[in-house]
Design a protein around this ligand. Structure first.
Ligand SMILES: CC(C)(COP(=O)(O)OP(=O)(O)OC[C@H]1O[C@@H](n2cnc3c(N)ncnc32)[C@H](O)[C@@H]1OP(=O)(O)O)[C@@H](O)C(=O)NCCC(=O)NCCS
Length: 170
């Protein structure tokens, strides 16, 4: 049974990203403490807008991105998504700092995995990002020792019981 913290979000859901969400996503990725945790260099507004146009744009886009807004107790708190070709598809997520440690990323990733069919699914994480590593492990990702290096850990999620030697989409 999941142990609830007093400040755990009561309800976490995903919905399609709306243009009006982008100001909030821009602020989330501009947070220097969050960037330090994620090992991420924030984008300025022009490159942020170009990046999101690419993510949300052309459905024939090679990235085939699937991105969702994360809603906790009715409030927009972050985003989660997957992108890239089937044999190297990546997942990523970002939750606003004022909502950290409320179990939101874990529940958002659990919900996202139910709707994103591609396996394996990979995640790159800097080794110091302990909360993200914990989220991934709770959601069934395991360290991919073949792809990991000192600067960046790679986690992967296969289908339950899948043979790692089998076809990557098995
Ligand atoms: C990483 C991030 C998504 C986590 O979001 P969150 O909603 O706070 O995550 P959750 O509350 O679902 O779970 C966090 C887990 O990490 C644990 N944790 C937090 N700090 C920790 C630490 N220093 N060491 C170990 N575990 C830690 C929490 O206890 C919790 O695990 P538990 O439920 O077993 O107690 C959020 O910090 C974030 O958006 N960071 C900036 C962007 C980023 O890092 N994205 C991921 C890039 S790979």
């Amino acid at each position: 049974m999941r142990r609830e913290r007093p400040n755990s979000a009561r309800e976490v859901s995903l919905r399609p990203v709306a243009a009006a969400d982008l100001d909030a996503f821009f602020a989330h990725q501009a947070d220097p403490i969050a960037c330090e945790l994620a090992g991420f260099t924030s984008r300025d507004r022009a490159s942020f807008d170009a990046h999101w146009r690419r993510l949300l744009g052309d459905p024939g886009e090679r990235l085939a991105a699937v991105i969702a807004a994360v809603i906790a107790d009715g409030e927009l708190v972050g985003n989660i998504g997957a992108w890239g070709p089937a044999d190297e598809r990546l997942v990523g997520y970002w939750i606003a700092r004022e909502h950290w440690h409320r179990g939101i990323a874990t529940r958002a990733l659990t919900a996202f995995l139910a709707r994103e069919p591609v396996r394996p699914l990979f995640a790159h994480v800097v080794p110091s990002n302990a909360p993200s590593i914990r989220v991934l492990e709770k959601c069934g990702f395991v360290l991919d020792t073949r792809a990991t290096n000192a600067e960046e850990l790679t986690f992967r999620r296969d289908r339950p019981g899948a043979d790692r030697g089998a076809s990557p989409t098995a």
